[in-house]
Design a protein around this ligand. Sequence first.
Ligand code: SAH
Length: 382
Amino acid sequence: MSTTPQRTNLLGLPRAALGTFVEQLGSKPFRARQLMAWIYKRGIGSFEGMSDLAKDFRARLAECAEVRTPEIVSVHRSADGTIKWLLRADASQAFEMVFIPESDRGTLCISSQVGCVLDCSFCSTAQQGFNRNLTTAEIVGQVWLAARELERGARERMAVASPPDGLREGRQITNVVLMGMGEPLANFRNVVPALAIFLDDFGFDLSRRRVTLSTSGLVPQIYKLAEETNVALAVSLHAPDDALRSELVPINRKHPIAELLQACWHYLDEQNGRSVTFEYVMLEDVNDSPAQARALARLLKGHPAKVNLIPFNPFPGTHYRRSSPQAIQRFRDELLQRGVLATIRRTRGDDIDAACGQLAGRVIDRTTVRLGNKVIGVAVQP
Ligand code: SAH
């Protein structure tokens, strides 16, 4: 795998774009499907071994294309089986991805940006500032890389040389969530083609219910997303009223709760989706009272909504505390009693700082203009 910059990284091209690329190389567009099968089903990244492609086509590909994933800077393994990879974005920039194994599924949590502009007060990524958007190839490359690494790990444990059909056998990544670093809808242009590759039968072939995009609530982009994809939607709500939500999730000042919920129901209607998951981080004495649970139930009752309560994960410098297990349970009961589905997210990987909101990567902030600790301006992204 070379890193020659003028080569096209095929991980950045959804099927139609790959077809055009293949055509430009003088081959038939349908070869894109064969190429994708090698890359995504079998996990093959070098062209020599793609035996059903013509020899000279393989040679052309080797000249002007590549399958290049982000480089691994370090790997951290939690006592609970969670694995966190620190990945290189540039010489001085890094971002993170996390694999969370469970008995019935394996979830890969990927990043969409190096840092984040949104400045949610309880999130450690926000503290890092923003550096840049990840490219489609870097977003897709995370899943491709994790699949390969997990496959290699499994093979080593079982001491088998090579499974007959590559990655599809004993596939460990069953779910992909865009809940790592960054705001996926602020990187719409690169995220949407990545989603297409996740769902494509010739790509990762994941069902739309097993790919989840989580957003802090960029309302116009939720409407746009409804036109482009039908993956599952999760929304970081975190408060039942605008005053508190604006404090926790500052984008709420621009797009308040009522507008946000409208966009969510629109998304479900357009996509024939089952429900929207509302994430709610449990912060002691901030948003965890029974009265707040009742207010939340009033907002969501009768709508296709699920609430996922996330025990706050602390990070250095934060003034927030995690709600007690009793408070979280009580909050959940209040919701359930009012007919609102609610689950409590089990904290995973916190011993390696891999839990929700703990992903900090290595970000050199390029956009925020800071006055002391306060953000006073945010540069607009291209
Ligand atoms: N920017 C997107 C996706 C990234 S965050 C979003 O806001 O949805 C994924 C989830 O983790 C979000 O619900 C986020 O609010 C939550 N989260 C952030 N910081 C956290 C923390 N310190 N403890 C627990 N959850 C946190």
